[in-house]
Design a protein around this ligand. Sequence first.
Ligand code: DOR
Ligand code: ZN
Length: 434
Amino acid sequence: MKIFFRNARVVDPAGKYDGLFDLMIVDGAIQELGSSLGGNPVNYEINLRGKFVVPGLFDMHTHLREPGQEYKEDIASGTAAAANGGFTAIAAMPNTDPVVDSADVVKYVLDRAKQSPNAEQAGLVNVYQIAAITEGRKGERLSEMKDLSEAGAIAFSDDGSAITDSHVMRLALEYSSMLGKPIIQHCEDHALTKSGSVNESPKTIEYGLKTQHRLAEELVLSRDIRMLEAFGGKYHATHLSTSESVELIAAAKKRGLPITCDVTPHHLFLDDSLLSTYDSDYKVNPPLRTRADNEALIEALKSGVIDAIASDHAPHALHEKEVEFDSAPFGMVGLETTVGAVMTNLFHTGVVDIQAIVRLLSVNPRKIMGIPVPQFNLGARADLTIIDPDCEWIVEPDKFKSRSRNTGFKGQKFKGSAVGIVNGERFFFSDRLR
Ligand code: DOR
Ligand code: ZN
């Protein structure tokens, strides 16, 4: 199988192949990278003038819902959504049914992802598994982290809930050092958030919704930073949402602590004024904060305080979301809107350049999770994403490949889209590739 891309703007983090190139991919490997290549017959020849070819994007925070909640999403639909959104790899969170807290469940998911129920798609997107830190994600007893690691888990998280017990956190940090695999914390003091659905602000109180105070995130994060300082470990804070949180991270990094963090597109670009619609697609955890928080997160992206952007793709069925607001589950899908949201709101506004986008969506998340970064070298396995910065489109959830439609970006007009991926011998070209 030969794929020939002409005139691609290659963005190579290693800096070796940074510029306009022709790219010949033969049987899943990069055979030639140069100018004015061609001549021989190929299976696909595509002119990529004006488009970026970047190392395959990696979403470090996806909920695939398999096993147990396949009516929301499964490995086949989730990886199809990932490919459509430009991701060649994803890391799945363990809050499934059963919870991924045993080696058997880790192996089950990894095997399923390799075979895939849809043979054509097997191997199109690499699926990595994150295992639970505690048994049943109850926050009480540490899971068998060594067994889970040996079964193939690349990181540990009780996402959906925080590790609030300080002794459990100490053990988790110590194991993370030993295993060299990160603890991914969902920072929330549950005693403070109780059953609050939205950010506590004068606006949301006026809307009459159950609220949770922003301090809940900062409290857990600041304790964790002190614990990281005292006990060591590999620690990553996911989906940070407040200006105080990024200040804490900035200060910790300044002191030389090896802490990393990510933010989601919805916490960057959506705010709690949207709750006036009472639309439960805007119900996520942590909740959408204020416009000032959006701005603080964007500043922190610019200054390098935030290491990565992750989707927190959280599919839920229509019937689950179409209930009274306070009873609806938290979460929105994100795999198919992340690149569009980032290109529209960060790239075209001049906040970040394409190199920064590659760091945030491909290089850094892989480094944090200990996965090799795809290379643009002759002979290397092709693992790349094609981004069209000028493609204009409207977010229409009915067109998603995900099984779920719950997005707060619905109806938004985006400029910029992923239009294809190549992952070894597998590839996907979107209808938007023109
Ligand atoms: O909004 C969210 N949805 N936040 C989480 O922490 C969990 C996730 C889910 O699993 O639905
Ligand atoms: Zn979470």
